[in-house]
Design a protein around this ligand. Structure first.
Ligand code: NAP
Length: 346
């Protein structure tokens, strides 16, 4: 089976990762690329300031970039991946959905809407059932599925694995890579030799999206998980890979060994882009892992790494890491696209 896909915002930091991940994909074939008016009409090679360290696939380099408008995207496209700035996506995505497109989007608009599935396939695939509610509410023939923010997706699989011990409270401090802000997000004068203890809107995204992802869906309505989640988000001068220090208060007080076992045993999912093992766990003998440079590319950038699992008077602390533009963005969206195909929504 081949599914023709389009990428909205194909020239940006996340859009380039889509191109990389979809090269030789077993199901998806790129049939349309869009970006802003400045890029429209140029070939992809001319329009994209390519920064991925594998070359642009030759058949993609010569595609003409279209405007981000349903009229510029062929009807043969079955699935759209969206990596537009959220303010643009909020205006443009509904126009595509009204035209009947199925869309797997990275942008933050609508992530917390009651009728929009916010999905990590290994964690809450059943939330896709919200598409029926969405179609009833909005009258769309299409379907909108979102993946969470890159800092949220780094932590939530670890929380899902530890929830069997009764997750009561989560405190997290992030050290986030510059690619998380896109090309124009942070200038070199701001970030080199520096750390910025504020990322606009990021903390509330982690606090709310985590509870939605871990919530339960009864077929009609979604209930948020009742754990309290508190985040402090910081930008540091790494290129890719968000590192996060997490403190969890768990009702059943597992030992570090029990927690490590639950993390390592958390099940993956059988989809083409999913890693065989979702969470890699470092033992006590490697207390300085995970690190962004060493661990972000594990399992093609799709695996979460955890280390430093240690008891505290309130519970456990540990560090986790994921590749923000792969597992945290384009890879997350591709995986949601694969789930949409697997579950028959396309
Ligand atoms: P980016 O590097 O700034 O790329 C933005 C893309 O959108 C470019 O292709 C750009 O095209 C296009 N675009 C900008 N304005 C447009 C307009 N008015 N109409 C049509 N297209 C327009 O941003 P990014 O880092 O890839 O992020 C994209 C989205 O993913 C954002 O919503 C972001 O919050 C989300 N996200 C990012 C990450 C991450 O780690 N970077 C993680 C998770 C989610 P031109 O090249 O023509 O300007």
């Amino acid at each position: 089976m081949t599914v023709q896909v389009g990428i909205l915002g194909a020239t940006g930091a996340v859009g380039q990762r889509f191109i990389q991940l979809l090269d030789d994909h077993p199901i998806f074939e790129i049939a349309a690329l869009t970006a802003s008016e400045q890029s429209a009409g140029k070939t992809y090679r001319e329009a994209a300031k390519w920064r991925v360290n594998t070359p642009i696939p030759e058949e993609i380099a010569t595609i003409e970039v279209g405007r981000t408008d349903p009229a510029d995207v062929s009807d043969d496209v079955d699935l759209l991946f969206s990596s537009l700035p959220s303010s643009v996506a909020a205006e443009v995505e509904p126009a595509f959905l009204e035209e009947g497109y199925v869309m797997s989007s990275n942008s933050s608009n609508d992530r917390m809407a009651d009728d929009v599935p916010l999905t990590i396939p290994e964690i809450n695939p059943d939330h896709l059932g919200l598409i029926e509610v969405q179609r009833d509410n909005r009258g769309w023939d299409g379907a909108l599925v979102k993946n969470p923010n890159c800092s949220t997706i780094t932590m939530v699989p670890t929380l899902a694995a530890l929830d069997e011990f009764g997750l009561d409270r989560v405190d997290v401090t992030t050290l986030q890579a510059v690619s998380g802000a896109g090309y124009s997000g942070v200038t070199s004068m701001e970030i080199i030799d520096n750390a910025i203890p504020h990322i606009g809107g990021e903390e509330s995204k982690m606090e709310t999206e985590s509870r939605k992802l871990l919530g339960s869906f009864d077929g009609a309505e979604l209930s948020m998980h009742d754990a309290s989640v508190n985040a402090s988000c910081n930008r540091i001068p790494t290129l890719d890979g968000h590192l996060e220090s997490v403190f969890v208060d768990l009702a059943d007080e597992p030992s570090p060994a029990e927690a490590r076992q639950a993390l390592a045993a958390y099940p993956g999912i059988d989809l083409p882009s999913a890693p065989d093992q979702l969470i890699h766990v470092f033992g006590d003998d490697e207390p300085d892992r995970p690190q962004p440079r060493l661990d972000r590319d594990r399992a093609e950038g799709m695996q979460i790494s955890v280390g430093g699992v240690t008891p505290t008077p309130q519970g456990l602390k540990y560090n986790c890491l994921a590749h923000n533009t792969i597992r945290g963005a384009a890879g997350a969206s591709v995986l949601n696209g694969e789930l949409l195909v697997e579950e028959g929504w396309i």
